[in-house]
Ligand binder design. Structure first.
Ligand code: AMP
Length: 652
């Protein structure tokens, strides 16, 4: 028998799904509170076929009263059902989105009040943020959410994507939290399939919130993770042995990330024998915490020895939450930790500090892949690195059904109940369409119709007011799980440099360099050529620019530290908001470096790339180099290097 669902027939004869997980009494009372009492209630066993036969049942999107269930089979059966019925789920999602949002100003412009799917396919254009932004601006300044969406927009999620230097804000409705919670609830059942005993210990997950603001009309503007960690879905979660974190919520919610990191590491060290999993959302944040530990382990050990929290932690909620961890002095544990931390290089330290750890979880795909070698260093390449999910501020997307595969082999199965998904085929292999390039509607491919091996750009339509919105991610289809396609994350469209949540494209970099090179010109020097590179051998990583400079008058030397440092800070000042926030506030990106190369270095680079197959006629200096011989060559030509002397300006 499938799972039990509670169906209600409302007064207009429509059948609605009330509950699939929660206590049915609770589901019913919630329903009645919001609406009229249903006319009929049925408790029904619910195999996929029945679900399919309920024409109006948005089975995959209604998450009312959702309670995650970690019984492996139930959650995996649920996933199986969604994957088998991917096509139907997608159609239901789109129908529901159109029904709910048909009256919005945006949709009316193209659909004239229709909820017809073929009208949507024909008339609603594929758009980028520039089209959505004016609506977001109007809602921010007090206009009704109904210009975009049938439900109230309760928050704007600050994405790491930027538009003209400003962060993109994605609309969110309250129900979106249910969808996110749903995806999170699948992760442990999937992991359980491969790793046993995860309910016998704890997870040291280093989770952080970011500062939030309000629009002039009072709508919170925050990151999607901040929204989740502050939500009742997270804070009022049921005690769950499979999601038992070492970090208390108060510490996760501390707005000062340094204090939060200090306390979270302290908790993880105190509970070191119980920790079975380590992780963070992104690999960059995990590594930053480990390098913080490298710097502050003496203080942390001292706190454990004395049973007293360092006075540099001033946040009251953190101090209170930490009382329990430092109830008594613990010199034995302090001695053990001291011996481990003070001994030689930190290669393999994670396994020594947390001897029972079964895996490390973090996003390690896309730009985060650059952190794999560092993680392997700290883990001694003996602890599996696991990527579990793929998500964004626009929508959550999918899960990795083979979590123990190598990070380079990860594919994500898109969950067809998260949003309505379409794909722009990248016909010339990986030639990525520009933002302003019009994408014809008939080019788009549905979720279930993508082809294995092909590359696509992801487009979403959400409940919260994004219609055929280009997310900007390039994906490659690697296979199918039942009818749900699986994708490898290839890259973010047009991003060439990224360390943490910053994403710098070629144009942004070019504009910043163009501004900075004026400083050189004022001092009789010209910038002949440049390229860039993200150096992640330092923690935090930082942007490196290779510059070849020529002086235009006798006696001028470009090796003037003050001149080059002012160029560094000028480039940083003109990079976008997220970059400057990472540098100045989050401290997740280090100071930008200019490496001055000797005359002829870029000619040598060209010779090398042409010898590797680039056409001499079409040769363009790559504005970013990733690694390998090109990097080695440029590094061998460096005559001096300079760093930004201060943080760039950033205000919230
Ligand atoms: P944001 O909207 O700031 O949360 O950023 C979302 C973006 O982060 C996505 O569109 C991807 O480009 C990237 N991202 C999220 N999850 C993953 C993942 N598992 N692998 C690679 N990139 C990811």
């Amino acid at each position: 028998m499938g799972c039990i669902i509670l169906l209600a027939k409302n007064l207009s004869g429509k059948v609605e799904v009330l509950s699939r997980y929660a206590s049915h009494d609770h589901a019913l009372s919630q329903y009645i509170r919001g609406k009229q009492a249903p006319e009929a209630i049925t408790l029904s066993p619910c195999p996929p076929l029945l679900l399919r036969s309920i024409s109006n049942s948005p089975f995959a999107c209604i998450m009312d009263n959702y309670k995650p269930c970690y019984k492996i089979n139930d959650a995996l059966q649920e996933l199986e059902m969604l994957a088998v019925n991917a096509k139907e789920a997608q159609q239901l999602i789109l129908t529901k989105i159109l029904e709910r949002n048909q009256a919005s100003e945006y949709l009316r412009k193209f659909m004239n009040g229709s909820t017809n799917i073929s009208t949507f396919m024909r008339n609603v254009p594929v758009v980028t943020y520039d089209v959505v932004q004016p609506y977001i601006a109007r809602i921010s300044s007090g206009e009704d959410s109904s210009i975009l969406c049938g439900e109230r927009i309760v928050e704007l999620l600050r994405s790491s994507g930027t538009s003209r230097g400003e962060p993109r804000l994605m609309p969110a409705i309250s129900e979106d939290l249910d969808r996110r919670t749903y995806l999170y609830s699948l992760l442990m059942p999937i992991m359980n399939k491969y790793v046993s005993g995860l309910d016998e210990g704890k997870a040291m997950y280093l989770l952080f919130v970011k500062a939030e603001t309000l629009t002039s009309s009072g709508i919170p503007v925050r990151s999607v993770l901040t929204s989740y960690y502050k939500s009742p879905h997270f804070l009022h979660r049921k005690h769950d042995l499979y999601n038992n974190y070492t970090s208390p919520d108060e510490v996760i919610l501390c707005p000062d990330s340094q204090q939060s990191m200090y306390c979270q590491l302290l908790c993880g060290l105190v509970e070191r024998q119980h920790v079975l999993r380590l992780g963070a959302v992104f690999a960059s944040a995990f590594l930053r915490s480990i390098s913080f530990l490298e710097r502050y382990w003496c203080d942390l050990v001292n706190d454990i020895r004395l049973g007293k929290l360092n006075s540099s932690v001033t946040d009251i909620a953190c101090r209170l939450a930490m009382v329990h961890f430092l109830a008594l002095p613990n010199p034995e544990l302090a001695d053990e930790l001291e011996e481990i931390c003070s001994c030689g290089p930190w290669k393999g330290i994670l396994g020594r500090l947390w001897p029972n750890v079964k895996y490390i979880e973090a996003v390690l795909t896309g730009t985060m892949a650059q952190y794999i070698p560092m993680l392997e260093f700290y883990s001694g390449a003996r602890i599996p690195l696991v990527c579990t999910m793929y998500a964004s501020s626009e929508s959550y997307f999918g899960v990795n059904l083979r979590p123990l595969c190598k990070p380079t082999d990860v594919s994500y199965t898109i969950l067809p109940n998260m949003a309505y998904f379409e794909f722009i085929p990248l016909e010339d292999g990986l030639r990525v369409t520009e933002d302003d390039e019009v994408v014809e509607n008939d080019k788009l491919v549905n979720l279930v119709d993508v082809k294995v091996g092909c590359y696509y750009e992801l487009v979403v339509t959400t409940f919260s007011g994004l219609y055929r919105y280009r997310v900007g991610d390039v994906l490659q289809v690697t296979g199918f799980y039942n009818c749900a396609p699986q994708f490898k994350f290839i890259c973010r469209r047009n991003v060439i440099l990224s360390i943490d949540s910053d994403k710098t494209n070629e144009e942004d970099l070019h504009n910043s360099v163009t501004r900075a090179k004026k400083i050189l010109e004022d001092r009789n020097c010209i910038l002949l050529e440049y390229t860039s590179y993200t150096d992640t051998s330092t923690v935090p990583g930082h942007y490196v620019l290779f510059w070849e400079i020529k002086s235009t008058s006798e006696g001028v030397t470009p090796l003037d530290a003050e001149l080059l440092e002012s160029c560094c800070i000028s480039v940083e000042e003109s990079l976008d908001y997220i970059y400057r926030r990472c540098r100045a506030h989050d401290k997740s990106v280090g100071p930008l470096e200019i490496r001055l190369v000797e005359a002829g270095a870029f000619d040598a680079l060209m010779d090398l790339l042409v010898s590797q197959g680039s056409s001499i006629n079409q040769y363009k200096t790559p504005r970013c180099i990733e690694s390998g011989l090109a990097l080695k060559l440029l590094n061998s030509k460096v005559i001096a290097s300079f760093f930004s002397p201060r943080d760039p300006e950033w205000t919230m």
